[in-house]
Ligand binder design. Structure first.
Ligand SMILES: NC(=O)c1ccc[n+]([C@@H]2O[C@H](COP(=O)([O-])OP(=O)(O)OC[C@H]3O[C@@H](n4cnc5c(N)ncnc54)[C@H](O)[C@@H]3O)[C@@H](O)[C@H]2O)c1
Length: 232
């Protein structure tokens, strides 16, 4: 289990590690040195190669500082892209070069549908997610061919987390998605369950996919409930 060293003091990673009997290895996902250390220490602790890896990292400084999409500070944009998108390539390249994955292992990153459709307040994260999803396809080819390892992204419903709540108008946004989705929004627990299924041997031939986990939202035009709101 890992997070940026600076983020360790916030959040509840220590409690989670205790509950799950996991060790924590701090790593800044923009640092190749930290990532290589994370990979080698993980293999040491777990006693061999890895079966699965989850990339669950995202952060936009433009969003945090209230910079509009049409008025980005490009230093913020660069940093956000490095943290949210390029870090996935760095993780994959580190694992690939260290030959750290077991054959038929699985690598997953979390993403959002703003990579395909416009959600104005998602800001530069939309572009970062498009880049992240492309990396899953491009690296997925090499990981599949050379290592029999699959690489996918899960495109999750809006979920009330630290990053989620940072998006302007999040409450309206999450309620809208819920009303549009025939199965309702997928929760964080649902996302964990789906991720475990992608780590299992039951999904061995699924790779290079962006998989929507959103209660059906991505294929909707309009729902009865949303139409009723506009007929009031
Ligand atoms: N919350 C949502 O609505 C939603 C929807 C779809 C996808 N996602 C994605 O799910 C993933 C997890 O986000 P979350 O919603 O749990 O928010 P979160 O803010 O709880 O998680 C983001 C994590 O990234 C870590 N991080 C930031 N910079 C880092 C760095 N340099 N090195 C290592 N770690 C770093 C943060 O410390 C934090 O733990 C993200 O990729 C996010 O985009 C979230």
């Amino acid at each position: 289990m890992t997070n940026a060293p600076i983020a360790m003091r916030m959040g509840q990673i220590k409690e989670l590690a205790q509950k799950t009997g996991s060790e924590i290895i701090p790593a800044d996902a923009t640092s190749e040195e930290d990532l290589n250390n994370l990979i080698s220490k993980s293999m040491e602790i777990l006693g061999g190669k890895l079966d699965f890896v989850l990339h669950s990292i995202g952060m936009s400084i433009n969003v945090r500082k209230g910079r509009h999409y049409t008025d980005q500070n490009y230093e913020f944009t660069d940093k956000g892209w490095d943290v949210s998108a390029l870090s996935f390539h760095k993780v994959l390249q580190g694992l690939y070069k260290a030959d750290a994955m077991n054959p038929w292992g699985s690598i997953v990153a979390l993403t959002y549908m703003a990579a395909q459709r416009v959600f104005p307040d998602y800001n530069d994260m939309a572009d970062n997610k498009a880049y992240l999803e492309s990396i899953a396809r491009s690296f997925g080819y090499f990981f599949g061919k050379e290592k029999q390892v699959r690489v996918n992204t899960i495109s999750q419903s809006p979920t009330p987390t630290t990053a989620g709540q940072g998006v302007k108008g999040f409450d309206g946004f999450i309620n809208y998605a819920d009303k549009m989705s025939p199965l309702g929004n997928a929760t964080a627990q649902d996302c964990a369950d789906y991720t475990v299924s992608l780590f299992s041997d039951l999904t061995k031939k699924v790779t290079m996919q962006n998989l929507y986990h959103d209660g059906g939202f991505s294929n909707m035009g309009v729902s009865q409930e949303v139409m009723e709101k506009f007929s009031e």
